[in-house]
Design a protein around this ligand. Structure first.
Ligand code: GTP
Ligand code: MG
Length: 645
């Protein structure tokens, strides 16, 4: 009978350490997974699990958020502390430290080893140590700490095999750091720090000037300067929005033409009938409206990842702390708020690094006001209705400027809303801001590429699924009507004197209006008429709740039903659309601006609401969010519409 040797029992290892020491990078190289990494403290805010096999043994790995000590200050640190305290006796805890920063990093190590846990110490960033001409006597350090040590470089996968071997062969080891732990008369932390300093001074040699540190200081003198700092930040933002609009236009045209060809091809391939109509006018029209935005999303994420990877984001936090504090936020709100330009969901989770509960709550409440990438398709298509692609102010593309304006509007409103909430929400907790400035690093292009790929994938597939589902539902709702309404319409035009194609257009638009979708839109219409919206926009507002980018797909589907030859783009169809009551053009400046403003402010995203519910653990906050953002959207659209019309 085969027996399982104890060696083949799965082992569990846990990665813990100070923020930004490379735990997630190590996790990725051990497991082959692609957990998010970035050059600022607080990238990981929740535990992540994975595994690898070594010599026939399965080893489970847990990656934890960074923490400075076992006395947690914020939600992400609490996750780490709770996890460590509840590990089993035979779980192996790997403390990952930045080898260039031993003194500060070892405090956490000393606390963990005193919990009577199995510990292995990993010294990461060996490349930086070498570059800085610093040396560590590993044997001596290992003896002083009474713990095995493995030096690694997590980025280049150096030392990973030695680490796996050490995990595989780990022998139980009984040790403690503070031998005389009972003398609490003196501050325990101070005791630890003194002992650590002594040990490190004994094993660490500095052979020259710390190069990367000096360079970082030089760069920081400029980018965190009281005046230049803000100018540089603003310049970077302007550059990003220009890039999103000018660089992306060429691939976007390619995709647009590609989809037209595909639609033509598919419609000739399939026999005429319901299936053909559903696929071409329902699904392909909806999807084409989304795929076209991939280049813009890719550019946005490329820039965000580069800013995070180089370490610049932490400087922005530092720059903005003083300003944000006036508004009830915190320097640490910057990363959530800026990453909201991509998506509010990771941003709201990222707010876990903010220690003060009130500031964290306010950050969560206002983050969705920052325009996310799902708004880009909506902005782009609407702005194209009022400004043409090549209009510009000097070197600035006008479409790009307008979009930047909408982003700024969202940002300023987020600040003002935060300020109001600061006055309303009561809290006695003290607010603190401590953020370590990491040394600058060149962005890792592989990471940038990976981030782009994964974000585009989420955009296409997660949104794509919803869009296909909604396109099909919409197509059904707009292709069928209650009773025999459609027969009556056919009857009405049967003796028409107009030529055939003109009659077909009239029949199609009458049918859409009589359809189930038309009925839904018409029911909403009275409420949104004062904003300049008609029933078709009404339907889009409803479907946008699943995800904002659905707006474009909905428009594409609604305007495709009945457009037999499919020759016009969505933009051209929207340009030509008229109000069914007055017969005037729908997309006037007034309506278009009003609709743009509505999308800047309205809380139309179910996934975000679900995350807010999860993070605040209460139904109250997401409800308040829907109501205040909805009211803001409605009133501002009303105002804008009446100003422009
Ligand atoms: N030079 C160098 N940089 C590294 C090394 N390992 C990781 N980094 C970089 O250090 C930064 C932080 O890496 P992460 O893996 O996100 O760090 P973390 O410990 O998971 O950070 P938190 O989740 O915020 O606690 C990234 O910019 C990495 O590219 C290394 O061995 N050498
Ligand atoms: Mg991490």
């Amino acid at each position: 009978m085969p027996t399982i040797s104890s060696k083949n029992k799965p082992k569990n290892i846990v990665l813990i350490g100070n923020p930004n020491t490379g735990k997630s990078t190590l996790f990725n190289s051990l497991t082959g997974l692609n957990q998010k990494i970035g050059n600022f403290p607080g990238v990981t805010v929740d535990k992540k699990t994975g595994s690898f096999n070594y010599k026939g043994t399965k080893i489970n790995v847990v990656d934890l958020p960074g923490t400075y000590s076992l006395a947690p200050n914020s939600e992400d640190e609490r996750v780490a502390k709770n996890y460590i305290e509840n590990t089993n006796k035979d779980d192996l805890i790997i403390v990952v430290v930045d080898a260039t920063n031993l003194k500060r990093n070892l405090l956490l190590f000393s606390q963990i080893i005193d919990l009577d846990k199995q510990v292995l110490l990993v010294l990461n960033m060996m490349d930086l140590l070498q570059k800085n001409k610093q040396e560590i006597n590993f044997d001596k350090l290992s003896k002083s700490l009474n713990c095995p040590i493995i030096p690694i470089n997590a980025i280049l996968n150096k030392g990973i095999n030695q680490l796996k071997e050490a995990v595989y062969n780990y022998k139980e080891n009984k040790n403690s750091f503070l031998i005389n732990n009972s003398s609490k008369t003196i501050d325990e932390t101070m005791l630890r720090i003194n002992k650590i300093n002594k040990i490190v001074d004994d094993v660490f040699t500095e052979n020259g000037k710390n190069k990367s540190y000096l360079l970082t200081k030089k760069i920081d003198n400029i980018v965190t300067h009281k005046v230049y700092g803000y100018l540089i930040f603003f310049g970077i933002l302007l550059f990003i929005f220009q890039a999103i609009f000018s660089w992306a236009s060429y691939p976007m045209d390619l995709i647009d033409n590609g989809f037209s060809l595909l639609c033509d091809y598919v419609s000739t391939l399939l026999p005429e009938g319901i299936a053909n109509d559903l696929i071409v006018n329902g699904i392909l029209a909806g999807l084409g409206g989304i795929v076209i935005f991939v280049p813009q999303i890719a550019i946005l994420f490329a820039f965000i990842t580069i800013l995070e990877d180089t370490g610049y984001m932490s400087r922005v936090s530092f720059l903005m702390d003083r300003i944000l504090r006036q508004f009830g936020l915190n320097g640490k709100s910057v990363i959530p708020l800026l990453s909201s330009t991509a998506c509010a969901i990771p941003a709201i989770m990222g707010a876990r690094t903010i220690a003060n509960y009130k500031e964290r709550l306010i950050t969560i409440m206002v983050a969705p006001l920052i325009s996310c990438s799902a708004r880009i398709p909506v902005y782009t298509i609407l702005i194209a209705l009022i400004v043409s692609e090549d209009e510009s102010y000097g070197i600035f593309n006008l479409q790009g400027l307008l979009v930047m304006g909408l982003y700024l509007l969202g940002f300023v409103t987020a600040l003002l809303s935060a300020w109001v909430m600061k006055l309303i929400i009561k809290s006695k907790e003290k607010s603190t801001f401590t953020l370590e400035m990491p040394v600058y690093r060149a962005p890792r292009w592989k990471n940038v590429g990976f981030e782009i790929l994964s974000k585009v994938k989420v955009f296409l597939f997660d949104a794509g699924k919803i869009i296909i589902a909604i396109s099909i539902i919409l197509w059904v709702l707009s292709s069928y009507a209650p009773g025999n309404k459609f027969e009556e319409i056919n009857e009405k035009y049967s003796n028409s004197s107009l030529d055939k194609s003109e009659t077909n257009v009239l029949i199609a638009s009458d049918k859409l209006e009589a359809s189930y979708a038309g009925i839904i839109g018409k029911t909403i219409e009275p409420a949104i008429e004062p904003l300049g919206f008609d029933w078709k926009i009404g339907i889009s507002l409803v479907t946008s709740f699943a995800a904002r980018e659905v707006f474009v797909g909905t428009m594409a589907t609604l305007y495709s039903v009945g457009d037999a030859d499919n020759t016009l783009s969505i933009r051209e169809k929207m340009m030509a659309a008229t109000n069914h009551k007055t017969g005037e053009k729908i997309y006037t400046k007034a309506t278009t601006f009003s609709l743009l403003i509505f999308y800047v402010f309205a809380m139309q995203c179910m996934a975000t609401l679900a995350i807010v519910y999860r993070e605040t653990n209460s139904i109250k906050w997401p409800v308040i969010q829907v109501v205040y953002m909805g009211a803001l959207a409605y009133l501002s659209s009303l105002l804008v519409y009446s100003i422009f019309s």
